[in-house]
Design a protein around this ligand. Structure first.
Ligand code: FAD
Length: 457
């Protein structure tokens, strides 16, 4: 039997043993840790959901938490099944009924903390608690409204002491909330920061996870019965051009680095007495690649600094009319909708040029070659290329055989799970429901163990 958090040092390697090891300390790792610590949701009969079937089903199990009841009926509901992730959507609609229609109706769940239900677990991550939220530009406003970022049982509003006056908060507020959440729920001891995982293998019934701590370079080995991968998608996708590495000093892959670079260039220019170019507008442009919110942030930061931008977009005009940006309301997302209007040609700016149906086909340290769908080739000088074409994870390579997941669990080994962005739940409002599903699996396994033990006695 594995003992919980038994920790001993042997020479230069630290060993821990636990029941469930969660790898990744972002929103997904944190939400799952809360569930496994006993923070459980119950249907609140005083706030029935307007969907008749959902209400009827949940009313029959009022004494059981959502973790301890069968919610598989959710995959038969048309409203939920179309999403492909019914439980994530069900959870979201119970916490925030009508949120997409602008409703502020109270949620249909109440939360109870029952520490006697705790499943021994550890949460490790390469970063500080909060995962990717520590890495974003701290001033970036979230796409999600603040109450869409809630973790189980202690909301953003509770942390803030009331509903914020603005719907969208800067990312630094989310990173702080996630840390305060872990403290508030007294989960801190379960979290081990700066642990980078390098390999995971199965020895008999035991998962052996090994890696290094970035603080002191010491190795660790953790033995656990179950492993949950909550490692997000933290590597930016690259252009995959042969010369890309060689030009890396002129290419950035996120908004924060572009901003720092633009500001440091501006400072150097201002500091240098002998610098004679009057405006950065006459300099080579920044090329921004991509059509998501990060690419739009890059465009914005350039225009705000009077720096010319060439925006390279793979989609054609027809496709561009259906991207996520097209659905954002100008009331809440004016900074995005203004740039989107330029992307679709509805408005113009002297420093903005778009090239649709196009991609960078080769790159040198000062020129990028842009090829359009009509096979036109444009040779473009540039100062910086900002590539914002999504994120991926290379985490699967730490396994001997890269795992697959179905319903958040490996079909090959039912003690291995994936949650959060790594498992395809990119937004916090949906990933908590995925964690609920994994908690269901883990608690169901515990019950089996209990029943077996009782039978033995
Ligand atoms: C620019 C940007 C803006 C976004 N805005 C929003 C928004 O407004 N609303 C929203 O809901 N979502 C937003 N997202 C998505 C957001 O990142 C996810 O919602 C969320 O962070 C995913 O949580 P996670 O726990 O799955 O992963 P992450 O937060 O990425 O955490 C994963 C953790 O795993 C760790 N890890 C990875 N590999 C290893 C390893 N080998 N060893 C140890 N630890 C490892 C990482 O260090 C990290 O700590 C945004 C994303 C980006 C890029």
């Amino acid at each position: 039997m594995l003992s919980h958090s038994a920790c001993c040092s042997s020479q230069n390697s630290t060993k821990f043993d636990t029941e469930v090891l969660i790898i990744g300390n972002g929103p997904a790792g944190i939400a799952l840790s809360a569930f496994l610590s006993g923070m459980h949701p119950f249907y609140d009969a005083k706030h029935p959901h307007e969907n008749v079937t959902v209400n009827e089903k949940l009313m029959t199990n009022l004494d059981f938490s959502l973790i301890d009841q069968d919610l598989s009926w959710s995959s038969n509901l048309t409203e939920l099944s179309q999403s492909g992730r019914p439980l994530s959507v069900l959870f979201d609609m119970l916490v925030r009924p009508g949120a997409d229609m602008g409703s502020d109706a109270p949620g249909c769940l109440q939360w109870e903390m029952n520490r006697s239900r705790e499943v021994p677990h550890m949460v490790i991550g390469e970063t500080k608690i909060g995962g990717s939220w520590n890495e974003y530009d701290p001033e970036m406003l979230t796409v999600s409204f603040s109450d869409w970022m809630d973790m189980p049982g202690f909301t953003m509003n509770e942390w803030l002491g009331g509903r914020p006056l603005v719907k969208r908060l800067p990312s630094v507020a989310i990173a702080t909330y996630l840390k305060k959440y872990v403290e508030k729920l007294k989960l801190r001891k379960k979290f081990h920061q700066y642990f980078g995982v390098q390999s995971i293998r199965k020895v008999g019934d035991v998962w052996v996870t090994e890696g290094k701590r970035s603080t002191d370079g010491r190795g660790f080995r953790i033995r656990s019965k179950q492993v949950v991968v909550a490692c997000g998608k933290t590597s930016p996708r690259k252009l995959m051009l042969p010369n890309e590495e060689h030009c890396s000093s002129n290419i950035v892959y996120d908004v924060r680095t572009l901003k720092e670079r633009l500001d440091s260039t501006k400072k150097t220019v201002m500091d240098d007495e002998h610098y004679s170019t009057p405006s950065t507008s006459s300099a080579a442009p920044v090329i921004v690649v991509g059509d998501g919110v990060s690419s739009v942030d890059c465009v914005r930061h350039c225009l705000e600094r009077d720096i010319p931008v060439v925006h390279v977009i793979r989609r054609n005009l027809r496709e561009l009319r259906n991207v996520m940006l097209s659905r954002l309301s100008p009331i809440h997302y004016s900074e995005y909708t203004e740039v989107y209007r330029m992307m679709i040609g509805r408005s113009a700016h002297k420093n903005y040029q778009r090239i649709l149906d196009a991609q960078i086909s080769s790159i040198s340290k000062i020129h990028a070659e842009i090829t359009t769908g009509a096979q036109e080739i444009i040779e473009m000088p540039y100062s910086t290329v900002a590539v914002c074409i999504g994120r991926e994870s290379h985490f699967s390579t730490v396994f001997e055989t890269p795992p697959t997941f179905l319903d958040y669990r490996s079909p090959e080994d039912d003690t291995l799970y994936g949650v959060g962005a790594y498992a395809g739940d990119h937004f916090v409002r949906f990933l908590v429901g995925g964690c609920l599903r994994v908690a269901q699996h883990i608690y169901a396994g515990q019950t089996t163990v209990c029943i077996n033990n009782n039978n033995k006695i």
